[in-house]
Design a protein around this ligand. Structure first.
Ligand code: SF4
Length: 401
């Protein structure tokens, strides 16, 4: 039986939903991350055992199987209510028929990663850092995944990471000081495999900084064992970007897992994707960023949803993201305010998108507005050689109140 806390659904409190739909499962199995992976919901029959699917979802499950696999851990599935197809958690992990539709803007590889891959599985797009795609598997699959062309192993491409060649490339490229392990999700590897991967990366002297991009602490908090935390702590400085979109994802189990990582000295940041019907409103985002701080996670990025094939039903306007930032900046703790970015289509990298706080700027002054819409001038001094391009006009519409 699903808990009353889930039915409340505003996500402001940290609650546990275990064992939820798995009420006959012994706690020692429930808390075993391998049991969670083995017992993922992956078929229409398993879904229908627990929830009442809408026609939109049912057709989505039947028709999206060659795009991105269906898999949801029991832990995360317990956040899915039985009878609301528009639920924000449900929209993230249950396929819908809209996934089979193609909009004119959709792309298979919206961030242009394949064209920046000097070695299979290694993306070198920025000067001093690389993205290392170490696996195509995740604990659960997000329906808007930017890498759905390879992730889960059923899409139109396969990931064939060449680990030996990748490490040789990293050894030869002394400009690379920062390696992000992603995929897929590196934390579904065994401790032993992860240890080998991290120690080989750390053995390269010019690599200063390791990062892991992961949704495992959210989908599978049982994986964040004390042994894993001790292993990760051997490779500092090691940072971690987690991925939480909605405050209800921050359960008691997830909070405890994040605290174990923080106690192992791992700085934690969160990356959210702005998604229609999930988190595209200020109150949801404000609750999320406040809860993240309580879990010792710094809200880092909000991404405009990439133009991935079949994601148009989950995309919002860019204006919505700007509105969210406008409603956070100045109105709450600065540490709680993430940077809103668009990953420029085709491989342009992340571009920060901000509300218009600069109203005018030339070599003599800058005119700015604060979060209340009040206007201020600050003199430009000592910067005569700096070129400002393009200069902004002073628009009346920026003058709030
Ligand atoms: S966890 Fe990340 S890589 Fe995996 S499906 Fe979700 S967005 Fe894609």
């Amino acid at each position: 039986m699903i808990t009353a806390a889930l039915e409340k659904g505003d996500g402001k409190e940290f609650v546990s939903h275990a064992p939820g739909y798995w009420s006959n499962t012994a706690p020692e199995l429930w808390n075993d991350w391998k049991w969670q992976l083995k017992n993922r919901v992956t078929t229409l029959a398993q879904l229908e055992k627990h929830v009442e699917l809408s026609e939109v979802e049912r057709s989505g499950v039947l028709l999206s199987g060659d795009k991105l696999a269906l898999a949801v851990t029991p832990h995360f599935f317990n956040l899915v209510p039985r009878d609301n197809p528009e639920d924000p958690i449900r929209r993230q992990v249950i396929p819908r028929i809209e996934e089979t539709w193609t909009s004119p803007y959709d792309m298979a590889d919206p961030c242009g990663e394949d064209s920046h891959m000097p070695v299979p599985g290694l993306v070198h797009r920025y000067p001093d850092r690389v993205l290392f795609l170490v696996t195509d598997r995740c604990a659960s699959y997000c329906r808007y995944c930017t890498r759905s062309r390879v992730v889960s192993g059923v899409g139109e491409q396969e990931l064939h990471t060449n680990f030996e060649e990748a490490f040789r490339y990293l050894e030869a490229h002394t400009e690379v000081r920062d390696v992000l392990l992603s995929g897929g999700d590196a934390l579904i590897f065994s401790d032993d495999r992860l240890d080998k991967l991290l120690s080989r990366s750390r053995a390269i002297k010019h690599i200063e900084f390791l990062r892991i991009g992961t949704r495992v602490p959210i989908f599978l908090p049982q994986r964040i064992t004390p042994q894993l935390c001790a292993l990760l702590a051997k490779y500092h400085p090691l940072w971690m970007s987690v991925h939480v979109n909605h405050p209800r994802e921050l359960t008691i189990e997830v909070k405890n897992a994040l605290e174990r990582l923080a106690n192992a000295g791992i700085p934690l940041g969160n990356q959210s994707v702005l998604l229609s019907g999930v988190n595209d409103d200020l109150e949801t985002m404000k609750t999320l960023v406040h809860k993240l701080l309580m879990c010792r996670v710094r809200p880092y990025y909000i991404y405009q949803c990439d133009l991935i094939n079949g994601s148009s039903h989950l995309r919002t306007s860019v204006a919505k993201g700007i509105e969210v930032i406008e409603g956070l900046r100045g109105h709450t703790t600065g540490y709680a305010v993430p940077q809103f970015v668009i990953d420029a289509p085709g491989g342009g990298g992340k571009v920060p998108i901000n509300p218009g706080y600069i109203l005018y700027h030339d070599n003599e002054k800058i005119v700015i507005r604060n979060y209340e819409g009040k206007i201020f001038e600050y003199p430009e001094t000592g910067n005569a050689n700096v070129q400002f391009a393009p200069q902004r006009e002073y628009h009346d519409e920026y003058l709030y109140s």
